[in-house]
Design a protein around this ligand. Structure first.
Ligand SMILES: Nc1ncnc2c1ncn2[C@@H]1O[C@H](COP(=O)(O)OP(=O)(O)OP(=O)(O)O)[C@@H](O)[C@H]1O
Ligand SMILES: [Mg+2]
Length: 341
């Protein structure tokens, strides 16, 4: 993903450390997503009372919506150890076995990017998830045999931005599935205000409301923009983030009132002017705007689709009337072309 972009989904440099201050640790600090929180807290309480591990949890949704955060919260609320890894780090069966044989009972075992598991690891995981055992091959050649090693009961939390890429045998082994959706402006505003509090940033109510509307429905983006606002407020104002600071700073950052950044507008502009409004395939589009296919599909598109700027059809992406309007382009130009050729 393009690390230089203010809005990009991934963490840049030491931002990880700064995130630790504002990352919610308990369900009550996790803003928004009320229904999901309510359900989770019931499952957690039930598992705690029974002294059993929580059922395996599948978390999906665009980057920055709180998947990693939720995994940590679950471990805290359950009062158990948490172990964190990602599918690309599990290269050999011994990597997985090494982790699972050393956990304490009821550990929350978090695997990020679970759609990227290698087949051999995935198969090992099936048995571990169902029977809390590992198939382990000892010896070589004709004398090789498989033994089963017990592992402590655990909760697997698998997270992905690409749920469609997860095989169905794996997916069906999760008892709890959580799909994180974009946050409403009201939810984002309370996230911004909570973060401002923790980071000791003074921000006016109207300013946080304004920011919440251009944070792409994404807590990570909201927090990142908030930090930039603090810089502008400190250097150009009296330290307080006001609506006028927000307005001038967003202009400077080229973020518009919908929260679209330059690259979003470039994507729309490319579909409209280069491909007559679409349909255009995701790969072609990614190349045309000079962005990786993953970042286009995971980060940029979901928000553009949710906001109604593009539509996904089986022949590719199509720009909507809203996209033409937003860029101030005339739709009839492309429609006439369609008739001529
Ligand atoms: N519901 C929430 N309430 C408050 N803050 C939140 C919430 N969800 C996420 N955040 C904040 O947003 C940041 C990003 O969330 P997180 O790292 O959990 O996203 P993610 O879904 O794991 O993203 P990725 O797919 O890139 O791994 C967190 O550090 C946290 O501070
Ligand atoms: Mg994460």
């Amino acid at each position: 993903m393009d690390g230089s972009s203010l809005l990009s989904g991934e963490l840049i440099g030491d931002e990880e450390k700064k995130e630790n201050i504002i990352r919610p640790r308990l369900l009550e600090d996790f803003q928004g997503q009320e229904k999901l929180k309510e359900n989770l807290s019931i499952y957690i309480q039930a598992a705690r009372e029974r002294g059993e591990p929580l059922d395996h949890v599948f978390l999906s949704g665009p980057p920055g919506l709180g998947k990693t955060t939720l995994a940590g919260i679950m471990a805290n609320e359950l009062g158990v150890e948490s172990r964190v890894t990602s599918a690309p780090a599990l290269d050999k069966p011994k990597d997985l076995a090494g982790l699972l044989t050393t956990i304490s009972p009821r550990t929350v075992f978090f695997i990020d990017e679970i759609h990227r598991l290698k087949p051999a690891i995935e198969e090992m995981l099936y048995i571990a998830m169902e029977d809390y055992e590992l198939d382990w091959i000892i010896g070589q050649g004709p004398s090789a045999r498989t033994i089963r090693i017990p592992v402590p009961p655990f909760t697997l939390v698998g997270a992905t931005t690409k749920p469609g890429r997860v095989s169905s045998p794996l997916y069906t082994r999760f008892g709890i599935t959580v799909r994180l959706e974009f946050y409403s402006p009201e939810e984002l505003q309370s996230i911004i205000e909570r973060s401002a509090d923790l980071m000791e940033i003074r921000i006016k109510k109207e300013a946080s409301a304004q920011l919440s509307r251009c944070s792409r429905g994404t807590p990570r983006v909201a927090n990142r923009i908030l930090r930039r606002m603090r810089d502008f407020a400190q250097v150009q104002g009296d330290g307080t983030v006001t609506t006028s600071i927000v307005k001038s700073s967003l202009e400077r950052l080229e973020i518009d009132k919908y929260g679209l950044e330059k690259l979003d507008r470039e994507i729309l502009n490319t579909i409209i002017t280069k491909y007559s409004g679409g349909p255009v395939g995701a790969e072609t589009l990614a190349i045309s705007v000079g962005e990786g296919i993953d970042s286009l599909e995971d980060f940029y598109e979901p928000y553009l689709i949710q906001q109604g700027f593009i539509k996904r059809t089986n022949r590719g992406r199509v720009a909507t009337a809203l996209a033409y309007n937003h860029l101030g382009l005339d739709r009839s130009d492309n429609e006439n072309q369609g008739l001529l050729f």
